[in-house]
Design a protein around this ligand. Structure first.
Ligand code: PNS
Length: 159
């Protein structure tokens, strides 16, 4: 079975990585898909976001990292994928996730969205929180994989 785990990953966090590890255990191939929405402003470029996901998942054999800049269902069709993985941190995630899962199923009826409950130790972590703390000089080392810590240092120094 193939599944996809789409997201902005701006940047990847330990919460994402936990979902990736658990999902990869249940499928043959997990496509981690870095999505690019041209109307959205990201902190890291698509290439940087992809590189960080690749570096952080290097030890997981059945993970393939890819990017896509259209509809999620078009990627699923192109790759013959019928399962979308998403993480749920708290009730507050539910409404948006339900809307997305229903929209995606109407666009591609055979597409199932499967939710993983984020490990409670990561339930408050978001990429937004990580970006804010990192850019204000705080310590994000408990929340993100090592390559992300280095990437923030490099980027902040360059900017
Ligand atoms: O990490 P995020 O920002 O919560 O991920 C959201 C994402 C990228 C998975 C979602 O916005 C998405 O699927 N975008 C692709 C465009 C699309 O297919 N939209 C219709 C489904 S709601």
């Amino acid at each position: 079975m193939k599944a996809m785990y789409p997201g902005s990953f701006d940047p990847i966090t330990l919460g994402h990585l936990d979902v990736i590890r658990r999902a990869a255990n249940m499928v043959d191939t997990l496509y981690v898909v870095v999505m690019r929405n041209p109307s959205k402003k990201y902190f890291f470029t698509t290439e940087e976001r992809m590189k960080l996901v690749k570096e952080s998942t290097r030890d997981i054999e059945n993970v393939v990292v890819d990017m896509h800049d259209g509809l999620l269902v078009d990627y699923a069709k192109k790759m013959g994928i019928n399962v979308v993985i998403r993480g749920l941190r708290a009730v507050t995630d539910f409404e948006f996730e339900l809307q997305m899962a229903n929209a995606n199923r109407q666009l591609l009826p055979k597409l199932e969205t499967v939710f993983f409950m984020t490990d409670e130790k990561y339930s408050f972590i978001s990429s937004t929180l990580v970006r804010e703390v990192a850019t204000l000089g705080g310590d994000i080392s408990q929340w993100v994989p090592k390559p992300v810590i280095i990437a923030f240092k490099d980027k902040i120094r360059r900017d």
